[in-house]
Design a protein around this ligand. Structure first.
Ligand code: GN1
Ligand code: CA
Length: 135
């Protein structure tokens, strides 16, 4: 089923898929806040699967999207910045997170990777990507 307004409701939450404006992590966070929302936090496999289904159903499998995840001040643990919660459920792509040296990778994108579904990759927060907002 097609959803042409880029909105999804699931488990009591609303999602807005920004498929137009690319921004770095901080710009993406500001973009969501402008709409009274927050950047996406994925806290269960069911939620990851539902986002994946929406992207597949709407032909958005090429997109890279920001989540709200960023490293804690200890530079080791990951947090959902939008909720302040530690990350428990994860769905890293094979060999991720690899925190590539010199550039360093302190933010997390999600994207559809072939047959492995909606997977996660750490990358520099300065990269410009699309975003998914949640409220
Ligand atoms: C990308 O472009 P490359 O290969 O140096 C990605 C990394 C991934 C890596 C996986 C900015 O790095 O986060 O770990 O592919 N960097 C960006 O091979 O997308
Ligand atoms: Ca990476």
């Amino acid at each position: 089923k097609k959803n042409n307004n880029n909105q999804l409701e699931f488990a009591g939450q609303k999602y807005y898929f920004n498929t137009v404006f690319k921004a770095n992590y901080f710009g993406a966070m500001a973009y969501c806040k402008q709409q009274g929302m927050e950047l996406l936090s994925i806290e269960s496999q069911a939620e990851n699967k539902r986002i994946e289904l929406f992207l597949v159903e709407n032909g958005l499998t090429y997109g890279h999207f920001w989540t709200s995840a960023t490293k804690s001040v200890d530079n080791v643990h990951w947090k959902w910045l939008s909720t302040g919660r530690d990350i428990v459920y994860t769905n890293w792509y094979w060999s991720e997170p690899n925190n590539i040296p010199i550039v360093w990778e302190h933010c997390i994108e999600i994207r559809i990777e072939g047959t492995t579904g909606l997977t996660w990759n750490d990358l520099p927060c300065s990269r410009e990507l699309l975003s998914i907002c949640e409220a």
